[in-house]
Ligand binder design. Structure first.
Ligand code: TMP
Length: 396
């Protein structure tokens, strides 16, 4: 049974940065209700009514995984480790974005799948890329042209696809008998522990736990045999999945993480009810901190026009009353406005200047990279604000 535990209110599509805030474009802005549910049977946490993927993954998709040094390094390291461990003869990535993972392999070994055409165009120049949504039709098309795949990799994508049945059945189709599916997605355990409620937005149809993934893949003749904690995106998990009768044995760390998740209560609805209470508190604290800072005539901006910020800004009703603007390094976000709250986005070269007193860490998942980069700001007395794991001004 699905039970709702969190209502984050009316939300826009997290990546739908507006080119203009004319009456006409505001009128056509799409909103939906972001309600989060828990399935008491398989422990899956999901958005109650997912948005249609055709509205989300268009040829204007803004996120470029290569933008961040942290992600470039993380994908390079994943590519090297996975290649060493599984020695695949070929590799397919579902949701290959701008090729940040693929580019670590020889071009004849890899296949990319990427429904956002602007991104698929980038990797198509070098790698075989299918500019399509992942489904059984595509899996059959791929099998006609390529041999079965030994390593299927998918980072921050499977949790975005509402139809898990279609997804895993299509994966089973293309995977060789000794093949491995490796998926990475934000970890529910981290969300609960660090109160990162902004991991919930339209694209994150699911926030997986190991408990849930083990239950789900079982239904599709697949078996979870290993899992690993990774630091990306504010705490993620890398799941290793094989076909039922494959040689891989359940690892000790999988057993230990499953136990840890039970201890955290990820199989218990009460855990999520309590979490929802902490989320409400976080909102109150953040708004009151921003009000206090504003009252003292300080200039606040937000650092990183992230999708996660869309949830925070719209849930907390934070707009230009608080933030002068948002800075972001992504060229195609600059000159636009944040979804729902319509705060201008500008480049850090222009906006992250000496007039800024406080910067809200929208990209809190890159905290280390950002604090390292912005030593000058901190030295001159500039301050970062975060809401994760709790609302505070960062002292260092
Ligand atoms: P993400 O959390 O969805 O990956 O988005 C991070 C955003 O933050 C992305 O648009 C790039 C931006 N960003 C900056 O503007 N400056 C930075 O130093 C970093 C690391 C990210």
């Amino acid at each position: 049974m699905k039970k709702d535990f969190l209502n984050l209110g009316k939300q826009p599509i997290a990546n739908s940065f507006l080119s203009s805030i004319s009456k006409k474009s505001l009128k056509s802005e799409y909103f939906y209700n972001l309600i989060i549910s828990f399935n008491t049977k398989n422990f899956l946490v999901s958005v109650k009514k997912p948005v249609n993927p055709k509205i989300q993954y268009t040829n204007k998709y803004a996120h470029r995984a290569s933008e961040s040094q942290t992600m470039r390094k993380a994908f390079r390291s994943a590519a090297i480790k996975l290649y060493k461990r599984f020695k695949p003869k070929n590799i397919m990535e579902i949701g290959s974005n701008d090729g940040v993972f693929l580019k670590n392999f020889a071009r004849q070994k890899v296949i990319g799948v990427e429904p956002c055409r602007n991104l698929a165009e980038i990797t198509k120049k070098k790698f075989t890329t299918y500019p399509n949504f992942w489904n059984k039709v595509l899996s059959k098309k791929i099998l006609k042209k390529h041999s079965e795949v030994d390593l299927i990799f998918s980072a921050n994508t499977i949790s975005h696809i509402p139809n898990l049945k279609e997804t895993f059945e299509a994966i089973f189709n293309v995977m060789s008998d000794k093949g491995v599916l490796v998926i990475e997605d934000p970890s529910l355990s981290s969300v609960i522990k660090i109160n990162s409620y902004d991991q919930f937005y339209d694209e994150h149809v699911y926030v997986f736990s190991t408990l849930a993934v083990e239950n789900i893949v079982k239904k599709y003749k697949l078996r979870l045999f290993d899992v690993q904690k990774i630091n990306t995106h504010g705490g993620s998990l890398r799941y290793y999945i094989c076909k039922n009768n494959s040689k891989y044995k359940k690892t000790k760390r999988l057993v230990s993480i499953l136990n840890e998740e039970k201890k955290t209560g990820l199989d218990n609805f009460n855990t999520f009810k309590k979490f929802a209470g902490r989320v409400k508190n976080s909102k109150k604290k953040l708004v009151s901190l921003l009000k206090k800072i504003k009252k003292n005539n300080n200039k606040i901006i937000s650092y990183g026009a992230t999708y996660k910020s869309t949830t925070v800004f719209n849930y907390c009703k934070i707009d230009t009353r608080y933030f002068h603007y948002v800075t972001d390094t992504t060229y195609n976000k600059q000159g636009k406005f944040t979804p729902g709250t319509h705060i201008p986005i500008i480049s850090p070269e222009i906006g992250f200047n000496d007039s800024v007193d406080y910067a809200f860490l929208g990209a809190w998942n890159f905290k280390r990279e950002i604090l390292n980069k912005e030593k000058k700001f901190i030295k001159r007395g500039g301050k970062f604000i975060t809401h994760v794991p709790e609302v505070k001004i960062l002292s260092k």
